[in-house]
Ligand binder design. Sequence first.
Ligand SMILES: Cc1ncc(COP(=O)(O)O)c(C=O)c1O
Length: 393
Amino acid sequence: MYRKTYARIDGKILENNVKEIKNKYKDYQYYIGVVKNNAYHHGMRVIQNLIRGGINYFAVSSLEEALLVRKYTQDIPVLVLEPVDVEFIDDVLNNKITITVESLDYLKSLNKIDLAYEVKIHLKLDTGMNRLGLKTSKEVKEAVKIISKNEQLFLEGIYTHFATTGVQDFYYDRQVENFLDLTSEIDLASIPIVHLDRSLTLVTHDKLPYANGVRLGIAMFGFSGSRTIGKGFKATLRNIKRNLYVKKYHISPTILENDLQLSTAFSLYSSVMTLRKVKKGEVVGYNASYQVNEDGVIATIPIGYADGVSKEYGYVVIRNKKYPIVADAMDMIMVLVDETVKTKDKVEIFGDTITIQEVKGRLNINAQHLFNRITTRVPRVHVDGKDEVEIKY
Ligand SMILES: Cc1ncc(COP(=O)(O)O)c(C=O)c1O
């Protein structure tokens, strides 16, 4: 690494997160780790930690991503959540990838191919997201019939995706009802893997009795989705209101608080590149956007909006002290510091002191978007106990 800007990814933390989730939500057979977008930008090397934690299936967006997973595991099954063009079916078969069937047209074109080996299929049902999936019970019945007649097609799984979080949420209930309706003309129990929940719906509702799989994304990366009910007059009033709303609209009970002990594994660091003294009244950065109030010191840090970091982050930490970011550019930020800061000092953008929770709040984005912001230009240093490996992203 030449430029001292990097993301530190702690694999052990992810391993422990998966163990904790499995320990608190014991009743599933399949814990499907969603590692699309380079494992939510943590880098695919975390796959080995997720497996050690207990993930026994992976899910990704594309065949490209599935092949990346195959660099880390040959045995654990990998489901592609989007349809893979049938012209690439040989690559699917040669790499033992599971595919999603989300329309009858797609299934019919697959059915016409003389397949060299059996292909594993998960049927995707559209219960209300209107993104992918079969939309009627008739279509589902026909799909199951086509698959059962073709010896080279194996219906291993069936799933849907929730559009909302399930928090006092009639739309979650509607999607559950739609799932039961869509599967009413098939023998759901005969399909080996049934998976509906994602991280947030897993923690906000009791287990659906017919599901034996769960797709875990953001929970693995440290977000439990627990909401504090709170104490005191205002919180009590808020809870009474919530309960009345739930009763009035016959909404299924929501589990608001959970005791999952999860941690984030992603920290972002840089270092002080140069320091310069500035006099009261001088300006800093493009458009002379910041004017110095009193004589001081500006530290220039080699991380900018091309790496995903801008002035909106607010602060950085150097030598355990918070300093404000006063200007930004494509490749650098400028920070107002004091005489105690030295060149080459380590700079925390987020990590132990400035939490991801704090930064995502300041930027008003969710954790997925924050991880996604840290671009591929920033090397990931994957830490696994004593081992540290810089990943070519
Ligand atoms: C189909 C599907 N399942 C599961 C997930 C994981 O969701 P989460 O990160 O909320 O657990 C995603 C994420 O986008 C998804 O698209």
